[in-house]
Design a protein around this ligand. Structure first.
Ligand code: ADP
Length: 330
């Protein structure tokens, strides 16, 4: 693809884990494309679907009545083969054969790495739209789905707090976040959690500190405690905290693993608001001749940021936020 070639036909896919609001972004991409006289194809099931040639032409009505629904009408997948250069060459040939000039990828930083490799090796213009509940994409302070996931977890913890209070109980509530602390931090702050466990490489948890906090609460007449634990990379973290609290400190607790409910559900206003802007910005950037852009959220605005700034995973635990949680949960 030369710099002067005008984009006529584009395709959109979702890749990696799904997140609420992806449908909003798809709708926005499709309708902005149509408004700019572009042909638009939807690729089913991410890079795997691309390799199968699973593309279908979309029109304005293909995306009618979807913006309020979680999941993605295009479905998504993980495609380990896409790490191989020869497979990406195959993908570039498929795009060329189908007459696709550019690709919009909605996903996380793994999906962005795949898209950038395609661009670097074959010149295909690529636009990345941050879509992951983990909100861990470097270079964008927000990714689609995070707000909905946090809202879902908060509603669940509020319910757990009712029963925890009624029975003077300690609960360990496990939220999503294998490597990302974002959901745990926000849910912890918004639910008045007594403690938050962030994911760490060595799976170390400071049980003594958790027990001290619980005991201090009990001393001042507090019956219930909520510990929000990010799932981490090792299965069974919450149950091991539960076991240690009982064995070492005689603190009885219950575990509630929220799991995949955090990935589904109708997107919140915030997710719809940003997904709509990101889809629009992605297509507008292509029309403006941009070649490799991520629609990043920075300082309250959706902007077109260079791909190179959005490839890593961020791990933001703002010490001030942690202090707010600690200060308010005494
Ligand atoms: P996310 O996009 O949510 O971070 P993954 O890390 O699972 O999710 O990546 C989704 C898909 O993106 C992978 O299954 C693979 O097809 C592709 N991908 C990820 N990393 C790379 C990479 N370094 N090079 C090429 N493709 C990649």
């Amino acid at each position: 693809m030369t710099d002067t070639k005008k984009i006529k036909t584009i395709a959109v896919l979702c890749s990696g884990g799904d997140s609420p609001g992806m449908n909003c972004a798809i709708r926005s991409v499709v309708r902005t494309a149509i408004a700019n006289d572009l042909e638009i194809y939807g690729i089913q099931r991410g890079y795997a679907g691309l390799l199968e040639g699973n593309l279908k032409k979309m029109d304005a009505s293909s995306v009618g009545n979807i913006l309020q629904h979680g999941g993605t009408i295009l479905q998504t997948s993980r495609c380990p083969e896409f790490h191989e250069e020869s497979i990406r060459t195959e993908a570039a040939h498929i795009l060329k054969r189908k007459g696709i000039d550019a690709l919009v990828v909605i996903g996380g930083n793994g999906s962005f790495n795949g898209a950038l490799a395609l661009h670097t090796e074959h010149g295909t213009p690529v636009m990345g739209i941050p879509g992951t509940i983990d909100n861990d994409i470097e270079g964008s302070s927000y990714s689609i789905g995070f707000d909905t996931a946090v809202q879902t977890a908060i509603e669940a913890v509020d319910k757990i707090r009712d029963t925890a209070h009624s029975h003077d109980r300690t609960f360990i509530v496990e939220v999503m976040g294998r490597k990302s602390p974002a959901i745990a931090l926000h849910v912890g702050l918004c639910t008045g959690a007594e403690n938050i466990v962030f994911p760490t490489k060595d799976h170390n948890v400071d049980i003594d500190a958790i027990a001290t906090d619980i005991k201090r609460g009990i001393k001042r007449g507090k019956g219930s405690s909520i510990i929000i634990a990010a799932e981490g990379e090792k299965v069974g973290l919450s149950h091991s905290i539960q076991k240690e609290l009982l064995e070492k400190f005689d603190i009885d607790s219950r575990v509630c693993i929220l799991g995949h409910i955090q990935r589904g559900g109708n997107p919140t206003a915030n997710d719809r608001f940003l997904a709509s802007q990101m889809g629009y910005t992605a297509v507008k950037s292509l029309v403006d001749g941009k070649k490799a852009i991520v629609t990043a959220f920075r300082e309250g605005k959706v902007i077109a940021a260079p791909f190179s700034e959005c490839l890593g995973k961020k791990f933001d635990v703002d010490p001030q936020m942690v202090d707010v949680v600690k200060t308010l949960s005494i």
